[in-house]
Design a protein around this ligand. Structure first.
Ligand SMILES: [Mg+2]
Length: 262
């Protein structure tokens, strides 16, 4: 039997350059070549609108079997939305407010080369905390990223939160250039896997697969075959390899069939 395979992709750094729209060449390859062999799905940490912006608007629901925004807390199968949970139902309003208040005070006391707006974005299953503010231009994002590399602003912020809230069942994950995500234990990208049914193999492709990266847990999960990529072009290369291996496997199986029947 030929195995039923689905390819599940991270968005930023895997299908697209960070925060950018998917390149026409990558999209063409996905839908004219890969989709003939495998079903396709995406899982991003950002909200649905940002994923839509990057991957081609409303038509994403026709293109991908599954769309997972916010690590799969917002989930669509064949364009239909699946039921979900929220961070406030999981953590509780009071603890959540203590946490948000601490973040706002911490940010207020931070001195950076510059600050912009939207320091905490409240999402369905997570908080996205940005010391510099999410309303940065592309250039400002890069400037902050460089500054953060040198001064470990996000890393130190996370250490302070862990120290202040040792008992809250929260995971911290640095992704992208200007922020980090905070979500309940287990609500990393592996959350989306509960929605995927009916496949022999789930191949996951991600660029932040080392410990602390937002693809780490799903890349390491026993439920997936993990592919570590460096950029969208590398994703294309690795898909070509996967397709060649799958074709080879299928041919071997087909050659084996008459013998089994005899
Ligand atoms: Mg990524």
């Amino acid at each position: 039997m030929t195995k039923k395979i689905i390819c599940l992709f991270d968005v930023d750094g895997t299908l697209t350059d960070p925060r950018q729209a998917i390149k026409p060449s990558v999209e063409k390859f996905l839908f004219e070549t890969v989709k003939k062999e495998f079903d396709l799905a995406v899982v991003g940490g950002s909200d649905l609108n940002k994923i839509k912006e990057q991957l081609g608007g409303k038509s994403i629901f026709e293109k991908y079997k599954y769309i997972f925004a916010e690590n799969g807390l917002i989930a669509f199968r064949d364009g239909k939305q699946l039921p979900t949970e929220t961070i406030q139902s999981n953590i509780g309003e009071e603890a959540l407010q203590d946490f948000i208040n601490f973040c706002l005070k911490y940010i207020a006391d931070l001195h950076l080369p510059f600050k912009r707006g939207t320091f905490i974005e409240f999402r369905t299953g997570m908080l996205n905390v940005s010391p510099v503010g999410r309303n940065c231009t592309k250039e400002e994002r890069i400037q902050f990223y460089e500054y953060d590399r040198e001064h470990q602003i996000r890393q130190k912020f996370i250490q302070a939160l862990k120290k202040e809230f040792p008992d809250l069942p929260l995971t911290y994950s640095i992704g992208g250039q200007i922020s980090f995500d905070v979500f309940p234990f287990g609500w990393d990208k592996t959350y989306c896997l509960r929605h995927i049914i009916g496949y022999d193999e789930i191949h996951f492709f991600g660029d932040k697969t080392t410990e602390g990266g937002n693809d780490y847990e799903i890349y390491e999960s026993d439920l997936t075959v993990g592919h570590r990529v460096t950029c969208p072009e590398d994703t294309v290369n690795q898909l070509n390899i996967l397709m060649a291996l799958t074709r080879e496997r299928r041919e071997r199986e087909q050659l084996g069939l008459p013998m089994q029947q005899a």
